[in-house]
Design a protein around this ligand. Structure first.
Ligand code: SIN
Length: 187
């Protein structure tokens, strides 16, 4: 089952009237910026950790064989590294559509790696969304990813591109890298 979150997200008024909004990306938004942006800065958010716990029926899997993509799980004391983009509000029509399979916009404090911070938005797929899959052993997550593919391509490519982007940013992520190692063993 999937839930389309577009209408809910478009009802969010938190940044109404702002000419520019910072968006924090931690998954495919790190390596696939298919929208115009005014600035891009490596950044982090606190209290959340990246997990491949969200099902994907629309991008990296199908209804019959959902893939697994990144979401954030609450984790007091944790820091999640990613990429922040400064965008105009018009971009959220595309972004809401792209993230429609369970992700809700959340206002969050974004800390920039080169100093300073700003309040912005992040898309999070919480545990109560219809496509949420939740925790599983790394090997099982890798096996599911290996067998899934959707309109945006093989699920494996999502994981590998994210792992490479995090490596390029020098921001290792144990969870992502462990799944990457299991995927490599699966061939
Ligand atoms: C994100 O990248 O910030 C959200 C999850 C995704 O689109 O992969």
């Amino acid at each position: 089952m999937s839930l389309n979150t577009v209408a809910i997200n478009q009802g969010m008024t938190r940044f109404d009237g702002h000419a520019e909004v910072w968006l924090f990306g931690y998954g495919s938004l790190i390596y696939k910026a298919d929208f115009p942006f005014l600035a891009r800065r490596p950044a982090s958010i606190s209290g959340w950790t990246r997990r491949f716990w969200q099902g994907s029926h629309d991008h990296r899997g199908t209804q019959e064989a959902p893939g697994r993509v990144a979401t954030l799980a609450p984790a007091p004391g944790a820091v999640c590294h990613g990429m922040a983009y400064l965008v105009t509000p018009e971009e959220f029509a595309h972004l809401d559509y792209r993230e429609k399979n369970g992700y809700l916009r959340l206002a969050i404090c974004i800390a920039f790696d080169d100093g300073g911070s700003a309040e912005g938005l992040v898309y999070i797929a919480a545990s109560d969304n219809a496509a949420f899959l939740g925790e599983a052993p790394d090997a099982a997550i890798a096996a599911q990813i290996a067998g899934a593919s959707g309109p945006s391509g093989p699920n494996r490519d999502y994981l590998l591109a994210l792992a490479q982007a995090l490596r390029d940013m020098d921001k290792p992520d144990d969870h992502v890298f462990a799944i990457e190692r299991h995927l490599a063993r699966l061939g």
